[in-house]
Design a protein around this ligand. Sequence first.
Ligand SMILES: [Zn+2]
Length: 235
Amino acid sequence: MNQHLQKLVELSSIDKEMSSYNPKIEEANKELEISAKNFDEISNQIQKLEDSNKDLLVKISKNESYIDELGEKLEKKKVQSASLKTEKEIQSINIEIDIAKEQINFANEEIARFENYIESNAKEVETLKEQVQGIEDEFKNKEKETARILEDIEKSKAQIQTKRDKIKSDVNVKVFSFYESIRKWAGDSAIVPVKRKACYGCHLVINEQTYSAVLLSDELITCQSCGRIIYLPEE
Ligand SMILES: [Zn+2]
């Protein structure tokens, strides 16, 4: 095989090896993202429940003030009613007293309702906090693991890069830039073998003229259909 071609085939195999790390990097980052997302979701849920409990406490406090106000009002009405003479006046103040009592009852019911919500929210928060602890630990482990995986990958890539640089220095500059220009669109299949007279890049049969040129193998030949560099693999 032509020497340029030989080097390009080597270079291409190194480039493929380099690309093979991309899905591994993606996968490692994706798993970390999922773990972070789980952690965020549960943290947000906890935050919402805690905020809701704060709101409920404010509501309870408002109702308590209201009950105090009504209590005072009630006391005044009671004192007032003792000094009343006419039946009509007494009847009217009794109605007011009844209304105030009802309002107090209602406010107390509201408080009880809010307290129930607070209690159930607090229970939920407790459960979620247990979960979040587990998820946080898991996330931290995953973070360490991902960093380790990425570091290993970087080391391997650096070794491959060194190999690539060495081969590149052996390849003619023009040949190299030709290869790179095809790689821009063809990716790792910039140089492909010819098998059963077909280009392994586009899978189309190459014509006789191109095939004869490939057989001679003394210059770089491209597939007449797709433009990739083609070569005849050695048996
Ligand atoms: Zn082709």
